[in-house]
Design a protein around this ligand. Structure first.
Ligand code: LAN
Length: 726
């Protein structure tokens, strides 16, 4: 049993674990990653691996490596360390934190069911929230690097209280003060209102409507949810069911207390119905449009006065049937960390706490929970398995290490893993009307069980597989047939513009963004074409044509041409490309310039490539590195990080090397920085956050600091020779 939090909480030192960290183990079962708190007895048999220790922030005891003299020495030392983090299944894993609303969403949905929290979870979840409270004001933001907001502070305050922290604990007191200064929970954005209502701490009438009836509209209507970006509709689907059912857990002393703590005015005095649109101004990234306000008013009226009962029931039943399919199709993993607990709550409402569905959910929720040195958190997905493993392998190949016998086992492991994770089947026909994109032959971002096609995950995994299978002595585990399936999936994702989006084709008009009701995110209503995803597909198709020149050859040629044209059209006047999934311009430019490189455009022969290079060179910092702040994503303009970053430096180097940029000195200074930042054991330390989604929310990709430097160093050595620099 873990130490009871009642005993340890009074301390202010949240660096010290509440549980015994030598007893946590990460289990990896075909990519299914779950943390287990084992007994001392079991711990004698099941030893902690280097990867476990690394993730938990314990000493990994990795030896110092010989001083590097050449770029490839640096890369090789980096790989020496990184290879130790590979899991037995052949994949890599990481703490995938950043967003500060997932854990709270999960806690509130779970609490709404009345099922008690497992204690080894709650203790470390509390510690994580304590560690992540803003050092100055004690609140929480939308993501770990953001300023405290009403959204972050309301929901995380509520979560920490539901998990067992007393209201008079210093952490709670400080957070509450900040919340009150920010105006209290009345101004919490849409999702926050919904989660609070589920535990009885907000009135449902104070929420803008989420009518499940929308799902009954004919498909041709532009507002039909199937046209929305997949994550948005996946969140609103279960939320609409819960909203329509007006499900709230009956009040108890704790939730009654929360009602008084969260608001700056007495709960009973609040006229919730008139606060549907009350949102703290500082929280808003995407303000309501008049169209949305009118739509919400009309829907509220419709719901209160017009909706016949039979239609209400029909729409709830239909929405619920889609909820059930989402569970069946993903074995309860679900698309992501926000819809997953909401789905669980729907199943609880309809089928009760002892139903197989709720049990299945409780089991699979494990897949999202992660333990790091700060405590337990909820990951952004059920892992980064396929994505990181694909890039790890590509970097090994780009550095020219793939034929060295030393790395054979590591590559074989990754090969087996990727083979195992390719999705073998489409969703069966009977279940087809859950609006899924074709998926046979695809790879997901995380695992086959999650099973959602992503354009660039399919592309990067296919590239890695092709690269591995070209190494002498490696088996052809993935047949040409199966590669063709992957190509079919990618071609099914073509958009008329030529660009590629993330999970699906762009299904709706951009005016759908007028209905963006989440307030805190931008660009969430539809898919968009992205330079990152588009390049991944272009490169994968080029690789594929090298192993199979016949299959759909004309179409592929045309697809590549259109895709590159789209990338060209997405370049900004200043020569840059804006990223959507990494921070930010440096990330997208690495991809875009690779696409141009593949069609033969480079520094010597192309004005736009020169323009891009000039943009990047201009951003190089005094110390030879590059550093980009997450504010680049928020504002849409390059904003320097206060310090150069290993990951941005690697992206810029890769971009310039792909462009065939001629200023060797610029590149050499970047390489120099990668060397300087490397630790003696080959490790690079975590720096600023690397990733982003929906413009405003940041998310970390801790393995980027390993495989992108390795790739950059390898490319540099290939271009200029592996000279002794030190
Ligand atoms: C991800 C992570 C990976 C990412 C890439 C593959 C890098 C990208 O190229 C395509 C989009 C994708 C798959 C992606 C989409 C949005 C995700 C799933 C995330 C950023 C991780 C978390 C995020 C998800 C939406 C978080 C929940 C928040 C909501 C607004 C629902």
């Amino acid at each position: 049993k873990p130490v009871s939090y009642a005993k340890v909480l009074p301390t202010s030192d949240y660096k010290t674990p509440f549980t015994d960290y030598t007893r946590w183990r990460l289990k990896d079962d075909h990519g299914r990653q779950t943390w287990h708190y084992i007994s001392e007895e079991e711990a004698k048999k099941w030893k902690q691996s280097t990867a476990d220790k690394y993730f938990l922030g314990l000493d990994t005891e990795q030896p110092d490596l010989p001083n590097p003299k050449t770029p490839l020495d640096v890369a090789s030392n980096g790989l020496e360390f990184f290879s130790k983090l590979q899991l037995p299944g052949g994949n890599w894993a990481c703490d995938y934190s950043g967003p500060m609303f997932q854990l709270a969403g999960f806690v509130m949905c779970w609490y709404s069911t009345g099922i008690p929290f497992p204690e080894e979870w709650s203790t470390e979840l509390i510690r994580y929230l304590c560690n992540r409270a803003h050092p100055e004001d004690g609140g929480w933001g939308l993501h770990t690097e953001g300023e405290s907001s009403v959204f972050g502070t309301t929901i995380n305050y509520t979560a920490i209280r539901l998990l067992g922290m007393e209201a008079d604990h210093p952490v709670a007191v400080k957070a509450r003060e900040t919340l009150h200064k920010l105006g209290g929970a009345l101004g919490v954005p849409h999702w926050g209102k919904a989660w609070l209502a589920m535990i009885g701490c907000f009135e449902w009438e104070g929420m803008n409507p989420i009518p499940p009836e929308l799902w009954l509209l004919p498909d041709w209507i532009p507002l039909h949810p199937y046209r929305w970006w997949i994550h948005t509709r996946a969140v609103y689907l279960p939320m609409s069911y819960i909203w329509s059912k007006r499900h709230s857990r009956p009040l108890n002393p704790l939730t009654r207390a929360l009602r008084t703590e969260l608001f700056t005015q007495p709960y009973s005095s609040i006229k919730f119905a008139s606060h549907r649109n009350t949102v703290a101004p500082a929280d808003i990234y995407h303000p309501h449009t008049l169209v949305l306000d009118a739509f919400n008013t009309a829907c509220t009226f419709w719901r209160n006065w017009l909706l016949p009962n039979w239609l209400k029931k029909w729409s709830e039943d239909y929405a619920y049937s889609l909820v059930v399919r989402e569970d069946e199709n993903t074995l309860y993993v679900n698309l992501g960390p926000v819809n997953n607990p909401l789905q669980m709550l729907c199943r609880y409402i309809a089928e009760g706490p002892d139903s197989p569905a709720v049990k299945g959910h409780i089991d699979r929720l494990h897949d999202y929970l992660w333990v790091n040195e700060e405590g337990m958190l909820m990951n952004g997905t059920n892992g980064v398995q396929v994505w990181d493993t694909s890039f790890a392998i590509q970097s090994v190949v780009d550095a020219g290490f793939s034929t060295q016998p030393k790395w054979k086992k590591m590559i074989q492991g990754a090969h087996n893993f990727l083979e195992d994770q390719q999705i073998a089947e489409d969703i069966s026909n009977a279940k087809q009307n859950c609006y899924r994109q074709q998926r046979k032959g695809a790879w997901a971002f995380s695992t086959r069980d999650q099973g959602y096609t992503v354009s660039d995950c399919t592309a990067e995994a296919l590239k890695a597989v092709i690269q591995i299978q070209a190494i002498p002595g490696f088996k052809q585990l993935v047949s040409i047939e199966r590669m063709r399936d992957a190509v079919d999936v990618m071609l099914s994702l073509r958009n008329p513009s030529g660009g590629f989006a993330s999970y699906e084709c762009i299904r709706g008009p951009k005016q759908l963004e007028w209905f963006n009701a989440a307030e805190v995110f931008g660009r969430i209503m539809i898919e968009y074409a992205y330079p990152e995803c588009t390049t991944a597909v272009v490169t994968a198709l080029v690789y594929f044509q090298k192993v199979d020149a016949e299959y759909r050859a004309e179409e592929i040629k045309k697809t590549i041409r259109n895709a590159v044209n789209w990338i060209i059209s997405a370049q900004r006047k200043d020569g840059s490309w804006e990223g959507s999934w990494g921070i930010c311009f440096s990330y997208a430019m690495m991809f875009a310039l690779e696409s141009l490189h593949l069609v033969g455009e480079n520094y010597q022969n192309s004005e736009r490539v020169r323009r891009a290079c000039a943009f990047l060179v201009d951003k190089q910092m005094e110390d030879g590195g590059w550093g980009e702040s997450y504010m680049s994503c928020v504002t849409g303009k390059w904003v320097d990080h206060e310090k150069s970053q290993v990951v941005n430096t690697s992206w810029c180097l890769i971009a310039l090397l792909n462009a065939g940029y001629e200023g060797k000195d610029v590149l050499k200074r970047g390489i120099e920085l990668l060397k300087q930042r490397q630790q003696k054991n080959g490790e690079w330390k975590q720096e600023g956050i690397e990733g982003v989604f929906n413009k405003s929310c940041m998310i970390t990709y801790p393995n980027y600091k390993f495989f992108f430097p390795i790739k950059a160093l390898g490319m540099y050595a290939k271009r200029f020779g592996n000279e002794e620099l030190w």
